[in-house]
Design a protein around this ligand. Sequence first.
Ligand SMILES: C[S@@+](CC[C@H](N)C(=O)[O-])C[C@H]1O[C@@H](n2cnc3c(N)ncnc32)[C@H](O)[C@@H]1O
Length: 245
Amino acid sequence: MIDREQVTPEPAPGQPTTDRVKGIFSAIAPSYDRFNRLSSLGIDRLWRRRTVRLAQVHPDSRVLDLAAGTGDLTLAIARQGRPASILSTDFVPEMLEIGKRKAEEHQGRTTIEFEVADAQDLPFGDDEFDIVTVAFGVRNLPDRGANFREVYRVLRTGGRYVILEFSRPTLKPFRALYHFYLRTVIPMLGGWLTGDRSGFDYLNESIRAFPPQLALAAELYKAGFSAVEWHNLTFGIVAVHVAVK
Ligand SMILES: C[S@@+](CC[C@H](N)C(=O)[O-])C[C@H]1O[C@@H](n2cnc3c(N)ncnc32)[C@H](O)[C@@H]1O
């Protein structure tokens, strides 16, 4: 008899699977913020600021932040956008706990709540949110289509899905340099900060395997969104896609 476990193939290096992603983020949660600041040389703060502007947050907006991790985008939305409420969600409680602690210092008008939730199967009703955001999360989903359909469902008509994610640099020579940085510096830095570089090999591979700007926009249209645009930041290292229901 063949043992089923023996014939299950290993996932490809950049392929997200639920177990792999949960394992990586529960292990790196305590070092995650430090890794982010160092690996992006602090530029991630500017990317988040731009993302909040593109979300067009209003004082009465109900915002859902998916794959919110340690809450950096959640807090940027609260400080800069000042909406009525933000629900900050992630499926790794260790990441969300750090976000919760950081939010305790927040004194603004926005109500911030935290909930463990899988971005591919949202435990919320139809049309509940005006804005849904996700930063560096979509790349880690085994089934992006399920996420896009779920976000479409929980957004009200006219609501916006705002995705900040690594993308494809537009200038070819810069792209080569950037891929070198991803292949060498990122796993080294990650290994140094956490003592385990394997999760960072995945990170590098997952960035390279992720669809470029136009292909991601096509997937969003396919999920039913009526208008999709994207904005390249830092030569297209990251892009912000805005999809309107
Ligand atoms: C790279 S971190 C990004 C965290 C945060 N948004 C930020 O900008 O720093 C990716 C996060 O996605 C979460 N994640 C991955 N797959 C998820 C899923 N299916 N549902 C909810 N969260 C998920 C991970 O737990 C992790 O916290």
